[in-house]
Ligand binder design. Sequence first.
Ligand SMILES: [Zn+2]
Length: 441
Amino acid sequence: MNEIPQHIPIKIYSILKKYKAKILKIAAEDYPDFIITPETTVTDFHKHLRNEAMKTRVNEKKIKEAESMVMAIHQLVYRSETKGRSREVEKTKEIVRIDRDWQLLREHVSEHHLRKVLSAKQAKKLLLEGNERYVEEIHGYQSHHEKIEKPKEYDVVIIACGDGRNVFPLFRDFINQRILVIQIAGNIYDQDSAVIKDTIKKVKNGGEILFVGHNNCGAVEAKQHVAKYTAEAQYTGKLLEGVDISHNSHLAHDDYEANTFNQAAKMKKNRTIVERSIKVIPCLFDFKNKGDNCFKYLGEGKEPEIVTDFRSSAIARIAAARNAGKDLTVQSVHSIVVAVSTDLGAFTDPRVILDAGLNDIFVVSIKGKRIDQTAIESINFPLRHVDNVKDNGNIVILATSKEVADEISKQLKLKSAIIREKGMISIALYNQETGRIEFLS
Ligand SMILES: [Zn+2]
């Protein structure tokens, strides 16, 4: 209280003291960047707010610049579209390039105001803003093309770790192909998992399943230090049991690659997979690598085309995260999104629907009301170990029906002590027609 002079009348002194406490309470709740110590004064907070305002002005300038770039890109698209059929190839190349620049730019602009630590309330606001951008994108696309319909079966399934940094497909990938994205912590293949069983049913005969692991995977690192994690067995025992870091192939160079390779190898033996000639492809997303090596094919023989396709998206994602100044060495996400992935229509990845970039959200796929142990543990894991979300406990259920979402919420609390203790569950209803989400709580 050293900034309030003690010689002023006692009544005023106590009022000022009360106001100071109030102001600092606001500071603590709404400005997590602002660190409060016993010596912190209201003047310090005022300075912090002034700095924030400065940052906003800088951001505004950057957004203005970005807008003029967007206009230039639109003009380029227009020009390239009116070039005529004779130069079809150049036209396609140019559009692909413009599309990539556009993605980078969009992610760059959207991530300017991201804070280091976010409350559940702030996180939800970001999710809504991201969804707004997605709605615009769908709208823009559908005004020039046919309506995007929900596929009955999928050409490609991606089974990836839910890690906030393991993000690579972009909006355009879902336009080009029918993709089902499934997220499970540690990208483990659990043959009893309801999600895995359902996934196999939904991929077309002769289709492709990509197992995508990633570097710095928390589940793999937990397995490496399993002794340290014995107390963790009650929260993530089945997951850790599922992670397999034994080196069985010369194709896997480290534990992250080994786990991915082994999970894919297990799935390859599934009878339905064999009978229906579905290809299982192991890959590793290395977000520390900015070149072609960021998306590695871990299989034998010639690299499948689908891997090459996703590599360009992966490069764009990493570039966007770097431009936004994101630190990817540590996982830090503001939300855990629990999604009924097959209910999401053509865009089965919540990261696209919420326009989330690297290190924004942790995603766990579930089939519906029946939630298996792997999925529960995939939520327990970030609640225990991942920065930001382990403090704010923000869990968002993304579903298309309130009834289903309510049941999921009930089940999560019933089946997990850590969710009961730390979880702040809210429901985001997704409307496939409009692309919009709406928070019910
Ligand atoms: Zn992981």
